[in-house]
Design a protein around this ligand. Sequence first.
Ligand SMILES: C[S@@+](CC[C@H](N)C(=O)[O-])C[C@H]1O[C@@H](n2cnc3c(N)ncnc32)[C@H](O)[C@@H]1O
Ligand SMILES: Nc1nc2[nH]cc(C(=O)O)c2c(=O)[nH]1
Ligand code: SF4
Ligand SMILES: [Mg+2]
Length: 213
Amino acid sequence: MSYAIKEMFITLQGEGAQTGRTSVFCRFTGCNLWSGREQDRDTAACRFCDTDFIGTNGEGGGRFKTAELLAEALEACWSRTVKNTGQRYVVFTGGEPLLQLDDALIQAVKAFGFEIAVETNGTIIAPHGVDWICVSPKPDSKLIQTQGSELKLVYPQKELSPEMFDTLDFKHFWLQPMDGPNRFENTQKAVAFCLANPRWRLSLQTHKMIGIP
Ligand SMILES: C[S@@+](CC[C@H](N)C(=O)[O-])C[C@H]1O[C@@H](n2cnc3c(N)ncnc32)[C@H](O)[C@@H]1O
Ligand SMILES: Nc1nc2[nH]cc(C(=O)O)c2c(=O)[nH]1
Ligand code: SF4
Ligand SMILES: [Mg+2]
């Protein structure tokens, strides 16, 4: 199987319980809940996406014919910046990474010693071997991955309330204020909800605050 990659880059994880951790991000092309085209946004299942995941033209993007070639590129990206050999950590995101992440790619990155994280909308079951599963549920879609490391709900959403998820099998429950024109109000609403419901914690998109990818 070949893999379509929008971009890959080294940064610090900006969200959730792994915030601040050095990571190589591998952003897959394409999503099952939005085409990525602005003219389709209003009719898509997921309408607030903050990400460009169309094509393969980003930094380090491209089509990779095999899992080994993609894993080598991720390792090279890591080693260009990171001096220490241990603690290798790859975050597969997108787009929707579980449309493309398969056993071959998991084995190939594990062979380089990477720990593996995914950011998923939860509509596809994660393959075995993923070490950190972050599920972020979306409207007009069926949540299938109901177990994982963290559940990160973008807040507020008309169709989805936190109470729909907090009995599921996750270690951490996050509210992440929806970025966009109402980010300030959305943050205030998320704070108010967390204050009243301490099971939920606030996840801020810290990379945006400090201007890193
Ligand atoms: C771009 S998505 C890619 C991974 C996967 N498709 C998903 O939705 O989880 C990465 C993370 O950004 C979050 N996100 C997307 N748009 C956002 C926005 N406008 N404000 C806050 N978080 C957002 C998603 O909910 C998800 O947790
Ligand atoms: N720094 C940083 N952290 C992130 N956490 C989740 C992201 C994503 O787009 O999946 C993301 C991202 O794009 N950048
Ligand atoms: S599911 Fe994820 S990648 Fe797809 S449109 Fe929504 S936030 Fe963006
Ligand atoms: Mg992002």
